[in-house]
Ligand binder design. Structure first.
Ligand code: ZN
Length: 290
């Protein structure tokens, strides 16, 4: 009986209350895990991508956020389109009207990023590194929640984000706290985040001046490239179209050729972050790829 009571008491301490603050016990990792979070469905406009509606499977875009959990630390890659503070429901798909300095967009979202992180066993405080594919509003919505983390960014991209004349398609209020973050300025084409070549940020400029992609090499899944906005729609790749709003379209084409060659030589999967159908087929947190 004494032993039974001891066992029951031990089990009792493992019960975690439900809710956003509930964080599961996490076993130490021996290899990286990649979590994909659903950060919404963005209503897109083919014209902005030099595409016609009839050429495309869908004009909808996914918005994806990613967590790389590595034995040496945790990296968040892109933080969504809708700030968690604006999220009205944690279980109902809700359509949000996003008002940008010169335009507007609609995004449908079911769950906040922090809720999805919590379901995977993480809070923002557990995140050691923040990296963005680029500064556009649909990748920065929750940046301020990660201002305590070390920001990995290229000088040209950071300069644009805090310049007096802001580039189009940024929502500066969503990343203002990064101004004082501990920051690593990436000066090389490749940046090996944890020093073991499993998580490498790669330069892919053109869409924005400091645009980058992430190569994650997983033990079972193999190498995966998170595209940022190197491509948005998969038809940009198959039909060879570039967006109308690239910072430098010729530079983007060069970056595409380099990353496509990398994908081929590494036999990597290219996960186009805004590819609605491609992203829908991926498992979402708390499930993960390893
Ligand atoms: Zn985007």
């Amino acid at each position: 009986m004494k032993y039974l009571c001891a066992i029951l008491a031990a089990i009792g301490t493992l019960v975690v209350p439900a809710g956003i603050d509930a964080v599961q016990q996490r076993p130490p990792l021996t290899s990286p895990r990649l979590y994909v979070f659903d950060c919404g469905r963005l209503e897109g406009d083919p014209v902005r991508f030099n595409l016609k509606r009839e050429e495309m499977a869908t004009t909808d875009m996914s918005v994806a956020c990613y967590l790389v959990a590595h034995p040496k630390g945790n990296l968040i890659w892109d933080t969504g389109a809708v700030p968690d503070a604006d999220v009205k429901s944690e279980n109902q798909p809700t359509r949000y009207h996003i008002i940008l300095p010169n335009t507007e967009r609609y995004v449908t979202l079911t769950k906040s990023l922090k809720r999805q992180l919590a379901e995977a066993g993480y809070t923002p405080k557990d995140i050691n590194y923040l990296a963005l594919s680029h500064y556009h509003w649909d990748h920065t919505a929750n940046n301020n929640d990660f201002a305590h983390a070390t920001w990995l960014v290229r000088q040209v991209e950071r300069d644009a984000m805090f310049s007096a004349k802001l580039p189009d398609l940024v929502q500066a209020s969503t990343y203002s706290a990064l101004k004082n973050s501990k920051t690593v300025i990436i000066k090389t084409d490749d940046y090996d985040v944890f020093g073991d070549a499993t998580v490498v940020i790669k330069s892919a400029p053109g869409h924005t001046p400091g645009h980058q992609v992430l190569l994650v090499t997983l033990a079972k899944t193999g190498p995966v490239v998170l595209s940022g906005d190197l491509y948005h729609y998969p038809e940009e790749r198959t039909l060879d179209r570039v967006p109308t709003f690239d910072a430098d379209a010729a530079q983007n084409r060069k970056a595409r050729a380099a990353i496509d060659a990398l994908v081929k030589s590494h036999r990597a999967q290219l996960w186009i972050q805004h590819d609605f159908k491609g992203n829908a087929a991926l498992k979402k947190g708390p499930a993960f790829y390893d």
